[in-house]
Design a binder for this molecule. Structure first.
Ligand SMILES: [Zn+2]
Length: 185
């Protein structure tokens, strides 16, 4: 069974990692020791940049203590995700989708842009986080996560290279292929 912990703060995160969870969602305020521990244990991190940004962007709807807390998290988080990615921690893209503030829609493309802009990850790191790294975390990387012989051909076709501009993933114009067949929308 795969286990994910929604954990914030270095102590809580370390307890979860030592206990053997597969992934830590949010992972705000990770320190160097957490990063080392995650690397050794093979724990994935799902940074959920959008979860904080959506709170910060709604000062009229969200209580002020939540905004203040989100801003503190936000500032620390940008640095620690850059550090974790550079250290080689398996970063996986995810949005904490389904929480009241980021809705139930698919905001993966927005999250990926934020990982570049605020997490200072390279576009290559971000594309891997949404494909091969995610498949690895789920233990399905023999069949999913890359365009290779022997894998299910699940991919999208877009007009521009997201390496140059991650925002192109947010365009409506895209072709989706699932198991090698175009998905009609
Ligand atoms: Zn959460």
């Amino acid at each position: 069974i795969k286990v994910a912990a929604h954990a914030q703060g270095a102590e809580g995160i370390k307890i979860a990692v030592r206990a053997g969870v597969d992934s830590v969602e949010h992972a705000f305020h990770i320190d160097d020791e957490s990063i080392e521990l995650m690397k050794n244990k093979g724990t994935s991190v799902v940074p959920t940049m959008i979860a904080m940004k959506r709170i910060i962007d709604r000062p009229d709807e969200v209580p002020s203590w939540m905004i203040e807390r989100a801003i503190t998290h936000w500032e620390a988080h940008q640095k620690s995700i850059e550090k974790a990615a550079a250290a080689g921690v398996n970063i996986v893209m995810g949005t904490d989708s389904g929480t009241p503030f980021n809705g139930f829609g698919n905001e993966s493309a927005v999250e990926m842009d934020m990982m570049v802009e605020f997490g200072h990850m390279t576009p290559q790191q971000v594309l891997k986080s949404a494909t091969v790294n995610a498949a690895k975390m789920m233990g399905i990387n023999d069949n999913y996560g890359a365009i290779e012989v022997g894998q299910y051909a699940d991919f999208i076709v877009i007009r521009e290279n997201p390496i140059n501009n991650m925002k192109v993933l947010q365009q409506e114009q895209k072709q989706i292929f699932q198991h090698g067949h175009a998905v009609i929308r």
